[in-house]
Design a protein around this ligand. Sequence first.
Ligand code: ATP
Length: 636
Amino acid sequence: MKRKLNEHDVPEPATEAETSKTTQTKPTFASLGLDSRLLQAVNREKFAAPTPVQAKAIPLALEGKDVLARAKTGSGKTLAYLLPTINSILQRKASNKRAKTTSTLILVPTKELATQVTASIKSFTFFCAQEVRCENITRKEDAAVTKARLTDSPDIVIATPARAVQWINSEALKIDELKHLIIDEADLVLSYGYEEDLQSIANSLPTGVQKLMMSATLRTEVDTLSALFFSSAEAAAPTILDLSAEESAEKPTLSQFTVRTAEDEKFLLIYAIFKLQLIKGKVIVFVADIDRCYRVKLFLEQFGIRSCVLNSELPVNSRLHVVEEFNRGVYDIIIAADEGEVMGNEGGKRKKRKVEQEDNVEDEGEGDEQVDDVVVAEGGDDNEDGDEKPAAPRAAKRQRKLRADKEYGVSRGIDFRHVTCVLNFDLPTTSKSYTHRIGRTARAGQSGMALSFYVPKELYRKHKPTSLPQCEDDEEVLSKITKKQAEKGAEVKEWGLDWSKLEGFRYRLADALRAVTRIAVREARTKELRNELIKSEKLKRHFEENPEDLRHLRHDTESHAVRQQAHLRHVPDYLLPSGGKAAVSKDVGYVGLKSDRENRIRKARAFNKTRGKGRLSKGRGLDPLKSLNARGRGKK
Ligand SMILES: Nc1ncnc2c1ncn2[C@@H]1O[C@H](COP(=O)(O)OP(=O)(O)OP(=O)(O)O)[C@@H](O)[C@H]1O
C-alpha cells in the first residue's frame, strides 16, 4: 500500500515489495534467523509457525528498517515487534554483556496493555532473562520506586506516552542511547490524545532509532505518525506493511450476527442466552457505560448468573486480575464498559482531559485516579476512514463527572484468551469501535462469534428505564458496520432467533427489571468500588510474592443490591421453550449449544444400570420433582 504523505513533506514510503525479498516457501520461526534462546521460548509457547504479520515484519525489523504495520486484531503483532527487538538486544549484549542502557522504549495506550506486553517479554526472554531486563512504568506506585527501577537503565521500558515523557523530563528515563522505539496499537495511542507527548518524545530521540509501529487500523494515522517521526530531512521513509490482502484471502473464523430488539428485550435476550446456554464458553458483554455494567450484572444476578465487571473506575490491579482470571478460565462472563467509546472522545479530543489528569496522577492513591472535569467530545474522528458521526452527544453530556482512569482500555488491544463470543449488548457508536471489540474473540486463528443487539428507530425510547440515548442511531451505525465488514469480506447476518420460544421468559423479565432500580445500581457500583479498592490493596502487596493467594479473591461475588427473589433462579419446565434450546435459535453458526447436562446424567445412569449400580433401584425411578412439574404443566 502506498500512501501519499507529501502533505507533511515526508518522503514517499517504500512498499514491502521494494524492501524485502518475498519468500515462496512458508516461513518458520527458525527460518527467520532469530537467536536460539528466542526460538526455544517460541517452542515453549508451542507456536508452530509465524503468523503472516510476524513472517513479514520480523525480517524487515531485523534488517533495521522502520515499519508501520497494519494487521487485524489478534494476528500476533506483539511478537512481530518483540522478537526482532529482543534479538537485537541479545546481539548487542553478545559483544558487551555488561552494557547498561535503555535501548528500547515501548509505548502503549493503556496500563492493561503495558502489563500484557511486559508479561509477553517475560515469556519470550525466559531463556535469556539475565541479559534482557524490562520495566513497566505505567503501574501506580511511589515515584521513588519507579525512579529506582529506572536508575539501573533497564534494556526495555514499557510506558504510556504520558508516563514516558514525565520520566524523560525528570531525567530518570534516559533515552540518549535508544535504539528502538515501538508504538503498539498506534491508532489508539493517537486517539487517546497522546499526540503532544509523542511529539515531545520524537523531539528527544537520538538519531538512528529504529521505529516499529503496529496497529489494527491505520489510515489517517499513517500521516500523523509520519509527520511526527519521519518528517526530518535525514529520516528514511518507513516501510508500510498492510496485511489486508492476505487477511481477505483467509477463511473467516469469526461469525457475526445481529439481533433487532426493543430496549427492554435486550435483557430478555441476555437472560435467555445465559439461562439456556445458547452460547457456549467465555463471553465478553460490552455495554455503553459504568452504570449499565451494574444494571446488567444485577439483572443477571437475580437469575443466579454470575459475572464480573470491568470498567475504568475500578482500581488497575483489580482490572488486571479480572482479565488474568478470565484468561485462566475462573470466570465465564465479563461485563465490560466501553466508556471511552461512548464518550466519543477517542478521536483526538481528549487532550485537555488528559493533561488535567496527568497532573493529579502521581499524588493519588491506587484506584483513585480521578477525572473531575471531563471534557467531553464535541466531535471526533474515531472512525475507520473518517466518514462517521461521533458518539451521540447526549450520551457524552451525561458523563459530566466520573472517577475514571483514562489509561483504561478493554475493548482494544487486550489479549483475552479463548473468548467464544463478544456480545455487544449496546452497539458501539462507530465501526472502528466495533472492529476493536469483536477483535477480542477469534484470536490467533481460533473461531469465535460476535453477537450485536441493535434497537431500531421505532423502538427507541419505548422503555425509558432501559433506554440509552446512543441507541437512537443504532440502525445507522449498524449499516456502516455491515458495509465496513463487507469491504473486509465478512458478512454480518441476522441471528436466526425464534422470539416466540422466549415467551415463557418474559414473565420473569418484568419482575427482575423492576428490582434493578437506579438506587440499586448506584449502591452496587459504590459497594463494588469499595470492595475492589480493599482487594486492590491486597493485590498490590501480594501480586508478585503470593500468586497463589490471589486465586481466592473473586470478582464475581453477588452484590445483593437488589431484593433477592429466590424463585427467579430456577426456571421451571413449563417456562422453558418447547422443542428445547435448539428451537430458540438454529442459526448460530459453529457456536453449538452447551452439551446437555441432562443427557450426561442420563448416560451415566444408563451406564450404571448396565453395571447393576445406581442410586435408583427398581420401583423408585419416579423423580418427585419431575412429577410435580408434570402436574404443573397439566394444570396450565
Ligand atoms: N505464531 C503464533 N502462533 C500461535 N499463536 C500466536 C502466535 N503469535 C501470537 N500468538 C498468540 O495470538 C494471540 C494474539 O496475539 P497479539 O495479542 O499479539 O495480537 P495483536 O495482533 O496484537 O491483537 P490486538 O490488535 O487485538 O492487540 C496471543 O494470545 C498470542 O499469544
